[in-house]
Design a protein around this ligand. Sequence first.
Ligand SMILES: [Cu+2]
Length: 285
Amino acid sequence: MSTPVRIAGFVLGLVAVFLAARGVGAVANPVDVATPVAHDDMGAAGHDDGGHTEQAVAHAPGGLQTSEQGYTLRVVRQQPLRFTVDGPDGHAVTAYDVVHDQPLHLVKVRRDGTGYQHVHPTMADDGTWTARLDLEPGSNRVIADFTPTGGPELVLGADVEVSGTYAASPAPAVSRTDRVGPYEVTLAGDLEAGGSSPLTATVTRDGEPVTDLQPYLGAYGHLVALREGDLAYLHVHPEESAAGPDIPFVAEVPSVGRYRLFLDFKLHDVVHTAAFVLEVDGHDH
Ligand SMILES: [Cu+2]
């Protein structure tokens, strides 16, 4: 935790105490980022929240906005999906930093949480990206994770409506285990609202630990977490690890609710994706 962020959290905490003391806490609502503090009456009462509050203040979840800080995700066509990221000057961005081995990560999921894909589109010289995606009928969310060179780290999302008949899938139950081909993957650890939560994925085959994972996107696995309801895209960082069977991560979850998690891992030159559902109940631990 950087000192400026900690101080910012502390100052906002003081503001919350001040507002609460005057009985006008609701006035803080127009400032969205202050809401988690203003509404955290336990925090305002002075218990040690373990540093959770300032994180909620520092990061609004990504992927909820199509446009942010002057950059706009613009879908040009559906099939194949083509898009640009238009910069503050109105032109398509053509220079990106490579992060986790790629200049741009694109996640697509249908609004009902099915059909997850994580791909790496290719960019033409004019800044138009083309992605190989299986866009199914229904409302699809595409989420781009990138850093324009010299610009901010951004996660922008857009809806892509595809015509055709489809049946919405009911929300799945909480699930920590998934079977992908011959592999069984288990996700251990609990998500905590407003905190940094360690999670560990474990890959086995026929009950035996898998220890020959191949590096993928700069780690031995890549985990994406999406909030059910709005598909907010959460910060998940891989931790250093061996090539299996355990793949450790730290996830930052902003609120209670249910989260869908998708783990990409690579074995024998094939990338597999395991899916999980975790729930954050909001009770104190
Ligand atoms: Cu990626």
